[in-house]
Design a protein around this ligand. Structure first.
Ligand code: ZN
Length: 263
């Protein structure tokens, strides 16, 4: 299925900027007993929205095909380098926001649970959300509880019920930029962010998404978060950041980020 409207501002003004031909899903490998099926391939075309500047894939795929029909292959603990990256991320974020034992932590796109486990080891009450049953099984093996689902408003009540409260920290690394429904994603985050809570988004193409967020605000007419309900600002991209994770586009939520996403 081809996208007819911008996934952010809903404009039909989508213009092709890159066409790389037919490709299979990333991180999806046909198991030996299903080799006769072959790879399913899709047009890898990037469109630019003429209204808001959002770059997006034209082809809309079924999430189940990527996350459920085949075991998702990428794990966040797949190398010592990767593990060190997440260990550093966990320590840095915990220090930055003063995370305490007993605080609730939600990781969206928690994969095999390696990062969530680090917060859990620090005494936090943790929950991961991930659409891959295979990853949830791996997380379960390290004692990390996972809600198997794509993240969105439908997850909110279950997250609160499992954690017993709204999370003090929400982390989503290399996840928001993969969402087919970024507005739904933002609505879910907004519903879960309590005053003083923090959201960390790690987006490799975050600058583009950041523009997109501003466009969300300007093209909707709904209520803003009141000052008393404004989440804290925990971090911003820093050109002088020395750590690896900061060289990615790390952004924390600002009130402006979510102020226009209610419906
Ligand atoms: Zn747009």
């Amino acid at each position: 299925m081809f996208r007819k409207q911008c996934l952010s501002c809903k404009s039909p003004d989508l213009r092709e900027i890159v066409n790389l031909g037919m490709h299979p899903m990333a991180d999806t490998f046909i198991p030996a007993d299903r080799l006769d099926e072959g790879d399913r391939v899709y047009p890898l075309i990037c469109d630019l929205c003429g209204q808001c500047g959002q770059v997006q894939l034209r082809t809309v795929t079924n999430p189940a095909e990527r996350y459920s029909e085949f075991d998702y292959s990428y794990t966040s603990s797949n190398s010592k380098t990767s593990q060190n990256h997440w260990l550093e991320f966990a320590a840095s974020v915990a220090g930055m926001i003063g995370l305490q034992r007993g605080d609730a932590v939600l990781e969206i796109g928690s994969n095999d649970g390696f990062l969530t486990e680090q917060f859990q080891k620090s005494g936090c009450r943790c929950l991961g959300v991930d659409p891959s049953p295979a990853m949830a099984r791996l997380a379960d093996g390290r004692g990390v509880n996972t809600l198997v689902s794509l993240f969105g408003p439908a997850c909110v009540s279950q997250v609160e019920k499992t954690l017993g409260q709204k999370p003090r920290l929400i982390a989503a690394n290399n996840v928001f930029n993969h969402s087919n429904e970024p507005l739904e994603f933002a609505l879910g985050v907004k519903a879960l962010l309590a005053p003083g809570a923090s959201l960390f988004l790690n987006c490799p193409i975050g600058c583009n998404r950041w523009r997109n967020v501003n466009s969300i605000k300007s093209t909707t007419s709904t209520s803003a978060i009141s000052p008393s309900n404004t989440p804290s600002i925990s971090s911003s991209p820093s050109a002088s950041a020395s750590t690896t994770w900061k060289r990615w586009t790390i952004t924390a939520v600002r009130s402006v980020f979510l102020s226009g996403t209610s419906r």
